[in-house]
Design a protein around this ligand. Structure first.
Ligand SMILES: Cc1cc2nc3c(=O)[nH]c(=O)nc-3n(C[C@H](O)[C@H](O)[C@H](O)COP(=O)(O)OP(=O)(O)OC[C@H]3O[C@@H](n4cnc5c(N)ncnc54)[C@H](O)[C@@H]3O)c2cc1C
Length: 374
């Protein structure tokens, strides 16, 4: 039976990035239940990178990975992983308090995060209904992520470092024998020193196979659509627009407009599909905000964003199950935080301290540890 140092369950962004990081010094195997790595949440994201999005720990992990995004190792990706976009958080007059609170939280991050006038937003994105936007906050450094390029870069890099990925390999059983994990999967049996649980929405189910107490993970459905802007309207340079209370967002995407009602419907883990009602809610919300016609929806999808109670990812060893490492609960931030979290996994999985560059940003082991959820 093949034996590994780290056996990672799940080849989404979490498992792929952790596998790449750990394979620099260890024998790594990733088992993925689907034929295609990235089939679930990773392949369904909105590809936003914003250091102003998410709670303080999420923001620190996002900033902590920025260096990797901007300067990945040579040969990692054929194209830049981040492209300039900018994000504007907008509000009606009755949402001013939300924008005040938001600005107070993020204005210390960078000096160019600032309030902008409604007229400036209307000039940049000339489709708002007159008088709708009363207030706005701009983060000009937000970017679009090449999610496929990042994910493939990690998987190619894993292979180049001697790591392995086996697809169509659903993990069905975990047990301990002579200090090693015995992993039963659809693709056969494997042994490993450490199991890394990067199973996305299924992470609590994998925890149960190992005998671990649940972390209280709740997968939440989020829906997105793409539609064409009217002929002659150039949307390419629009920033991403996010409602101050996250009731919707939209942004240009390869000549079309990607939009979401920012829904968060709790669901059991599954191959989630979009619901007509969520799309109707989105179209209704957009009609109140912009004058854009939506004659035809070109594509629609949904994915599961999985959260624990404090909306902070769960990264670290279980305190009761030996050599069982959690890498879950990335919520709506698992792409932008991936390089930062991968650096953290590399250290914590080897029982080393939080890397200094993450520590300097305020990342602590305790804030991410599964033990905080007991
Ligand atoms: C609509 C939408 C918009 C989003 N927008 C953004 C955004 O703008 N920016 C951002 O940073 N994030 C965004 N996200 C969140 C981001 O996509 C997720 O945080 C991230 O993809 C989570 O990655 P993951 O690897 O944990 O999960 P997944 O990609 O779901 O990977 C988990 C993998 O585990 C596998 N697995 C499960 N059980 C088993 C088993 N028993 N055996 C083997 N394999 C198993 C699954 O098949 C799956 O491939 C968005 C998500 C959605 C749905």
């Amino acid at each position: 039976m093949a034996e590994f140092d780290f056996l990672i369950i799940g080849a989404g962004m979490a498992g792929a990035s952790a596998g790449y990081a750990l394979a620099s010094q260890a024998r790594v195997l990733i088992l993925e239940q689907e034929d295609q790595p990235g089939y679930h949440t990773t392949g369904r994201s909105a590809a936003l990178y914003a250091e102003t999005y998410g709670n303080a720990t999420v923001r620190a992990l996002t900033t902590g990975g920025k260096g990797f995004y901007l300067n990945p190792p040579s040969g990692f990706a054929a194209h830049p992983l981040l492209l300039p976009r900018g994000v504007v958080f907008i509000g009606r007059a009755d949402q001013r308090a939300s924008l005040d609170a938001f600005l107070e939280e993020v204005s210390g991050l960078r000096s160019n995060i600032r309030r902008i006038a409604a007229a400036e937003v209307e000039t940049q994105v000339p489709v708002f209904r007159p008088g709708y936007v009363a207030d706005a906050v701009l983060d000009p450094d937000a970017m679009d992520i090449d999610v496929h390029g990042l994910h493939q870069g990690y998987l190619k890099g894993l292979k180049a470092r001697g790591g392995q990925l086996v697809t169509d390999a659903q993990v069905r059983g975990l047990s301990r024998q002579a200090g090693l994990w015995q992993v039963e999967s659809k693709a056969g049996r494997f042994a490993a020193r450490v199991v890394v649980n990067a199973a996305g929405a299924w992470a609590d189910e994998i925890g149960a196979l190992a005998g671990a107490a649940p972390i209280g993970l709740v997968p939440k459905r989020r829906t997105a659509i793409r539609f064409r802007p009217p002929a002659g309207l150039d949307v390419a340079r629009w920033p991403t627009i996010i409602d101050a209370d996250e009731q919707f967002y939209f942004r240009p995407d390869a000549g079309q407009i990607l939009a979401s009602p920012a829904d968060e419907t709790p669901m059991p883990p599954c191959d989630v599909q979009p619901e007509d009602l969520d799309i109707a809610i989105l179209v209704d919300r957009l009609e109140q905000v912009v004058t854009l016609p939506i004659p035809r929806i070109e594509s629609r999808w949904a994915g599961l964003r999985s959260f624990v109670a404090d909306k902070t990812p769960v990264v670290g060893y279980d305190d009761r199950i030996e050599d069982f490492f959690w890498l879950a609960g990335q919520g709506g931030y698992g792409i932008q935080t991936a390089p930062g979290i991968a650096a953290l996994v590399e250290a914590l999985a080897r029982h080393e301290p939080v890397p200094p560059e993450l520590e300097a940003l305020g990342v602590t082991e305790a804030a991410l540890s599964p033990i905080r959820l007991r």
